[in-house]
Structures are given as structure tokens and as C-alpha cells.
Design a protein around this ligand. Structure first.
Ligand SMILES: Cc1ncc(COP(=O)(O)O)c(C=O)c1O
Length: 345
């Protein structure tokens, strides 16, 4: 396999040397037997819970599983949960909430992932009247479909206040919440303080090979262990990926500013090229959405891939995601290739 410049997602980043070493060492340790007996997993869960400011955390294989566990913990068949149509739980989770829990999604209007508060209020009020009060609100920060836009702390707080008015829980799909915290200039625990549960990936911007975390109140996380098992997620021995997850949390969060700066640089570079549109201003985290004007997104994806630059066509746009393997020189190379293609080269 060639070493192309891979902007398709941040999960393509390979584990760092330190992670590999930690995994090799973890492989030599006894694994434990019970579902929460592995010491390295416990260490990761303790650290993750501390960082996001929750009582407990559970290591799960994917962020989708974390989201679905969070929904299943709050909803039984027929229960409503509020979200918006471009949320990952709607666009990319195969209707899992409906299939697994029987929960019914109520999609309210939103701007770049920020749910319209009036719409949430109206839905909570009207559904309460017919005894169908929503059990959960799912919010995503950063918001992937809008190109990694950030939901502000003020908005998160207002939503949280609203949720308390109706006694509804909030789940934060924070697959890239560390990128959001970097962009806002706050801690992840500040963002997560406006949610009851939070899910995030260890294998996106943080570079671990796999794994995600679901964090929240301890009694809920204890039940989450059972739901994880129900979904086939009782993975053992998980100490090996957990060892990489610990390194991810200890060494990879601070450097996300570099990915944000690289995304800005990339967006600025694209904005100087004819035949493609991009919003530099809207590039808030590590995702850049661009719109080719004279060729289709899939045509551009194909032509770039022939030049060893991998990007993703998405909703009539071309998505570029920066991560720690994307260096400044990789960005310059990619911009050069893009310019040649759009010039007709
Ligand atoms: C916002 C968001 N939530 C959840 C997920 C699911 O993550 P995973 O691939 O670990 O299931 C993704 C994946 O890209 C995502 O972007």
C-alpha cells in the first residue's frame, strides 16, 4: 500500500511510536477475566472520566456503540429522543436507535449542529401534553456534517437549562469533542458539563488505533456495561487498545491546535485556487469542506487519488480532514496537485 496523503478522515492516522510501545507492553500483562477487570482498561476509564468531568467511563469499540448505548440507557421502545437531521446518529448509524431500542427520533431544526432552542422547547412542550415527553436530547460537538463546526458553550448551556426545565437528559456525541474544546479554548469537561453522558473517539484526532469512551454518572455506566454486552461489545482482552488510548489522552490532546491551524491553512490555500469554493471562516476545527465548481466532487476525488491525495466526496462537497500525519508540507503538496487538476492539468 502506498503512503498517500490521506485526508479522508482523522481515523486513518496510525498509532504513534509511544502507543505501539505501550500496546506491546500491555500484550505481555495478564488480561483479567471479568468485564471490568483489566487494569489497563480501568486506568483508561478512570483517566477518561476525570478528563471529561464525569463519575465513570466505559471503554467501547466505537463511538457509534457509545451513542447507541447512551440512547438505550434513556429510552425504551416508543420513547422519543430529540436531535437534528444531519446528526451522525441520524445520517450514519443505520437507524440503529429505532432498530435496537425502538426509540423514535424527533428531528428539530438546527444550524451547524446547534439545535434551535425554540424548536426544542416547542417539541418538549407539545410532546409532554400527549404524554410522550422526550427522554433524551442528542447533540453533536464538533458537528461533522457542517464541516466540524463548533457548538458554543453558551448554546450548550442554554440547551442544558431547557433540558432541565423538562427533566430531559442530554447525550453529547463528542466524537471530536477534543477538537471542539481546542477551537473554543476551553476544557472538554466544560463542554461535557452541559450533558449527562458524553461519547468520544480515541481513534480520530487523538490517533489511537481504535476505541471510544462513554462517560456519565456511575449508576448509568454500570448499566452501560450490560448494554455494551447486549450489543456484542464485551471485548476482552481490551488492555492492548486501552494502553494506546491512555497515551492518546495523555499526549495527543494539546496538539490538536496544530490540526486546526493546518485545516485553516488548507482552507486558505484552497480559497486561492480558481474553480473551487471553500469557507475559511467556517473552518473551525480540523475539517475543511470544499465545493468544486467545474467538475463533480467524485471526479475531483478520483483525480486527486491518482496523484496520491485522498479526500472524500460528501453531500456535493469534498471533505478534507487534518490529523497528526498531515504535515504542512503534505498540505502544500496537496494544494499543488489540486491547483494542477483544476487548471486542467
Ligand atoms: C460525530 C460522529 N459521531 C459518531 C461517529 C462514529 O464513530 P465510530 O466510527 O467510532 O463509530 C462519527 C464517525 O465519524 C462521528 O463523526
Amino acid at each position: 500500500m502506498s503512503d498517500a496523503i490521506d485526508f479522508r478522515s482523522d481515523f486513518v492516522a496510525r498509532p504513534t511510536e509511544e502507543m505501539v510501545e505501550a500496546m506491546v507492553n500491555a500484550a505481555k500483562l495478564p488480561s483479567g477475566f471479568g468485564l471490568r477487570e483489566n487494569q489497563i482498561v480501568s486506568e483508561l476509564e478512570f483517566l477518561a472520566a476525570k478528563i471529561v468531568g464525569k463519575e465513570d467511563a466505559l471503554f467501547v469499540p466505537t463511538c457509534m456503540m457509545a451513542n447507541q448505548i447512551a440512547i438505550a440507557l434513556r429510552c425504551v421502545a416508543g420513547d422519543r429522543f430529540i436531535t437534528e437531521k444531519s446528526a451522525h446518529v441520524i445520517t450514519s448509524e443505520m437507524d440503529a436507535a429505532h432498530m435496537l431500542t425502538g426509540a423514535v427520533a424527533v428531528e428539530v431544526s438546527a444550524v451547524n449542529g446547534s439545535l434551535e432552542l425554540d424548536a426544542v422547547d416547542e417539541n418538549c412542550a407539545s410532546l409532554s401534553k400527549i404524554e410522550k415527553k422526550p427522554k433524551l436530547i442528542v447533540i453533536e460537538n464538533s458537528h461533522v456534517r457542517s464541516g466540524g463546526r463548533v457548538v458554543s458553550l453558551e448554546h450548550m448551556e442554554s440547551l442544558f437549562e431547557l433540558s432541565q426545565k423538562y427533566d430531559v437528559s442530554i447525550h453529547l456525541d463528542g466524537a471530536r469533542v477534543f477538537n471542539a474544546a481546542d477551537a473554543i479554548g476551553c476544557t472538554v469537561s466544560e463542554i461535557a458539563s452541559f450533558s449527562d453522558t458524553v461519547a468520544f473517539n480515541l481513534n480520530k484526532g487523538l490517533g489511537a488505533p481504535l476505541g471510544a469512551i462513554l462517560a456519565g454518572p456511575r449508576p448509568l455506566i454500570e448499566r452501560a456495561v450490560e448494554v455494551r454486552q447486549l450489543l456484542g461489545g464485551g471485548w476482552r482482552p481490551a488492555g492492548i487498545p486501552a494502553a494506546a488510548g491512555i497515551i492518546a489522552l495523555k499526549t495527543m490532546t494539546e496538539r490538536l491546535a496544530v490540526d486546526r491551524q493546518h485545516a485553516k491553512k488548507l482552507a486558505m490555500g484552497i480559497s486561492r485556487i480558481d474553480g473551487i469554493e471553500v469557507s475559511v471562516k467556517n473552518t473551525e476545527t480540523n475539517i475543511v469542506l470544499s465545493r468544486p465548481l467545474k467538475i463533480t466532487p467524485s471526479d475531483l476525488v478520483d483525480r486527486l487519488s491518482k496523484r496520491e491525495v485522498l479526500v472524500l466526496a460528501m453531500d456535493q462537497q469534498v471533505r478534507w480532514v487534518t490529523h497528526y500525519e498531515i504535515t504542512e508540507s503534505a498540505i502544500n503538496t496537496a494544494l499543488g496537485e489540486l491547483q494542477e487538476i483544476l487548471r486542467g492539468g
